[in-house]
Write a protein that binds this ligand. Structure first.
Ligand SMILES: C[S@@+](CC[C@H](N)C(=O)[O-])C[C@H]1O[C@@H](n2cnc3c(N)ncnc32)[C@H](O)[C@@H]1O
Length: 230
């Protein structure tokens, strides 16, 4: 496995409770996945899709149902998240359409082999150095016609608008039943423990990694998503 910064936040306990603890975000995910399906309806029916930071596999499950001939290569450095993903795919009889790789994008062998690549809710967890490794790695894996779709928490944390919108985010998190102390600590946690980039910075890194003209197609509070082609 290649070296990226050590990330302890997706261990066994988090992996087991991940889907349940993300319930409050499901309506946002549904909308995001819906739009991703529209974007990917342009690629060939038998496309091969790369999922970097697949976690518990939500994106594969959504796409596999909508596109019955798609196959997937899914990568994640967390053994625990991958294990939950494997169980879910097995129950849905999807394992024979998926290759699961415990590792990083550099562990994917097929260069220029993919029609689409997803990196959903991963990049705000990674350092700037790892973000660049992931994006350039995905660039190498995509066919020239391929689509890259990324979603992440992205906002200018120094702007006055952040102070406002974070309150809306906190109201949403409150619905998950999270402890009030944790909710109050969210702005600090985001500034100190996540690697949140402003939208202009996200786009700059995509362009400097070779992607042409990234287009933001989605925003729900702090979560934004882009698509880009080579
Ligand atoms: C918040 S989860 C998102 C999972 C899934 N994509 C989703 O939308 O539900 C983030 C995932 O990114 C993985 N991850 C963290 N650092 C990574 C890296 N450098 N390369 C690939 N995946 C990474 C974590 O292990 C975790 O499973």
């Amino acid at each position: 496995m290649h070296s990226h910064s050590k990330l302890d936040s997706f261990g066994k306990d988090r992996a087991k409770s991940y889907d349940q603890s993300n319930n409050h975000i499901v309506p946002i995910y549904e909308n995001l996945h819906y739009l991703i399906k529209i974007l990917l309806s342009e690629v060939a029916p038998n496309s091969k899709i790369l999922c970097i930071g697949v976690g518990t596999g939500s994106e594969i499950i959504e796409l596999a149902e909508a596109f019955p001939k798609f196959t997937f290569v899914a990568v994640d450095p967390s053994e625990s998240m991958l294990e939950v993903c494997r169980e879910k795919l097995k129950k849905l009889n999807l394992l024979d359409r998926c290759e699961l790789i415990h590792g990083y994008v550099e562990d994917v062998q097929e260069l220029e082999g993919f029609d689409g690549a997803l990196c959903l809710l991963v990049l705000h967890h990674t350092t700037l150095e790892d973000r660049t490794k992931i994006i350039t790695g995905i660039f190498k894996c995509l066919k020239t016609t391929g689509y890259f779709i990324c979603a992440e928490i992205s906002f200018d944390l120094t702007s006055s608008a952040f102070g406002d919108i974070i309150e809306k985010w906190q109201s949403m998190i409150r619905r998950s039943g999270s402890q009030e102390g944790k909710i109050q600590n969210l702005p600090r946690m985001m500034k100190e423990h996540l690697f949140i980039q402003a939208p202009s910075e996200v786009e700059l890194i995509l362009v400097s990694s070779g992607f042409l003209n990234p287009i933001q197609f989605f925003q729900a509070l702090l979560i934004r998503a882009w698509y880009a082609r080579k």
